[in-house]
Every structure is written in C-alpha cells, then in structure tokens.
Design a protein around this ligand. Structure first.
Ligand SMILES: [Zn+2]
Ligand SMILES: [Zn+2]
Length: 258
C-alpha cells in the first residue's frame, strides 16, 4: 500500500510538472528531493508503545489517579492534536530541519485523504514513532530522577493510548461508511471520536477543524488562530508542549491528593 501511494505521489507531481502548474510546498519538496512520502514504520517502536500502554494502565498508582488522567488526557490530546495539525499543515515549514519532512508527509494527506484509511494500522501508529520517542525520553528523563516514576509510567501509558486512539479516530473519519465498524459509528455518533462531517470541514478549506481525536477543541483552536496568527508562535508552543506537556501533567497530578 505504501508503494502504491508513493506511485500516486509520483504521478501527481509529474502531472503538475507537465502541465506547468504551480506546485504546493509538499509537491515541490517531492519534485526536488524524490522523497518517499509513505514510509514503512519501524514496528518494534509501535510494540514498545503498546507495552507502555498496557503497563501504564496495569501499574497505575491508584484508580482515582488513573480516572483523572484518562479523562484529562482525552481532552488534552484532542487540543494537542489540533496544535500539532496547525503546525504540520503550514507550507512555510516544509523546508525546516527536523520538522520539514513530517510537514511534507502530513500535507500529502490533503491530496490523498484516503491514505490514512488504506495503510496498515502499524504504519499509521508508526507515524508517531519519533514524536512519542521524544516525549517518552523527556518524560522519563525528567520525572523518574525526581521521584515521579510510577505516575510518569501511568501518564505515558494513558497519553500514548489517546495518541493511538487519535490515529484510529482520524482513520475512521476517512473510512467509507460501509467499511466502518459499528463501534466506530457509535463512538462517532456520541462525539467521542471525531464525526466524519466535522473532519470533512477541515478537508474543504484546510484552515479550520484541526483536532482529530474528538474534534471538541475545534472552536478553541480556531479562536486561538484568529487571535494569534503568527506561525512562529505556534511552532514554539508546539515544540514546548511536545517536550513538556506530560512532564507538567505528572507534577500537577502528584501535587493532588489522589
Ligand atoms: Zn490538514
Ligand atoms: Zn484527514
């Protein structure tokens, strides 16, 4: 499937070149570099994340702490996915070091919306490999030496659970109704997973409806974008949250009497 999608990318870029059309940033990047947009992801990292999820739930320090984390991170991951999406959708970032390639790969989803529904789930989860590796490194690197190990493991497990749920939510928003399982339709109906119509608003103009877990932070993100249009502020906030959101959550949680 990755090979087939990469062939489609090549075809689309050639078509644009032959017709002399102006290329959007993600097409120009592929035209210049020949980058393979759809990659087979490294499965052992996905397995390690799945094990972290199991351990995070099973070894939670207490049930109240687990419940608070479960609900709080469900709401948080939707918002964070919105910030991430705003930044990775920005064509001006496609040539930056480190985040340029993720931006290019992200923006190709606007050309082939069905990509996320057609690739293997391992690859769709694996798209988060580098992000979750960085988050785990900072979370455990900071929280464990300071004596917050058990809470950090729970927060990593629950946070990564919602990160993978976020990928499933986005995938289900692009899965044809006849192929979508009943549980997904039900969760979309309740608004627990992002309803396809809400996410389609994003694909109409690419400038609204950014969050993809539940879509509930949509208006908050749109409002923040209207007030703070500067892309570099968004990039800075995204990098800060990527590094420290879970660490700060662990400290806050351990300060509560749970
Ligand atoms: Zn987008
Ligand atoms: Zn989409």
């Amino acid at each position: 499937m990755n090979d087939w999608l990469n062939a489609m990318v090549g075809h689309r870029v050639r078509q644009h070149r032959e017709e002399g059309l102006t290329m959007s940033a993600e097409k120009a990047f592929v035209a210049d570099t020949g980058h393979d947009v759809y990659q087979r992801r490294f499965k052992p990292v996905v397995v390690a994340v799945l094990l972290t999820i199991v351990a995070g739930f099973a070894l939670a320090p207490s049930l109240p702490a687990l419940l608070v984390t479960f609900v709080a991170l469900y709401l948080w991951v939707d918002f964070y996915s919105g910030v991430l999406h705003v930044v990775l959708d920005d064509p001006a970032f496609c040539r930056l070091p480190l985040i340029g390639v993720p931006c290019v790969e992200f923006q190709w989803h606007h050309n082939f919306e069905y990509d996320i529904a057609s690739r293997s789930l391992f690859d769709v989860w694996g798209d988060l490999n580098v992000l979750l590796f960085v988050k785990a490194l900072l979370l455990f690197g900071i929280a464990v030496p300071l004596g917050h190990g058990p809470t950090a493991l729970m927060v990593a497990g629950v946070g990564f659970f919602w990160a993978y749920a976020n990928q499933v939510a986005h995938r289900m928003a692009h899965t044809a109704a006849r192929k979508r399982p009943a549980w997904a339709k039900r969760l979309q109906g309740f608004g627990i997973l992002v309803p396809p119509r809400t996410h389609q608003d994003h694909h109409a103009t690419h400038d609204t409806s950014f969050p993809v877990l539940s879509g509930r932070s949509r208006n908050l993100i749109d409002g923040l974008r209207a007030r703070v249009p500067n892309r570099w502020v968004w990039l800075g906030v995204f990098l800060f949250l990527t590094g420290f959101d879970l660490v700060l959550f662990v400290f806050a949680l351990d300060a509560l009497p749970l």
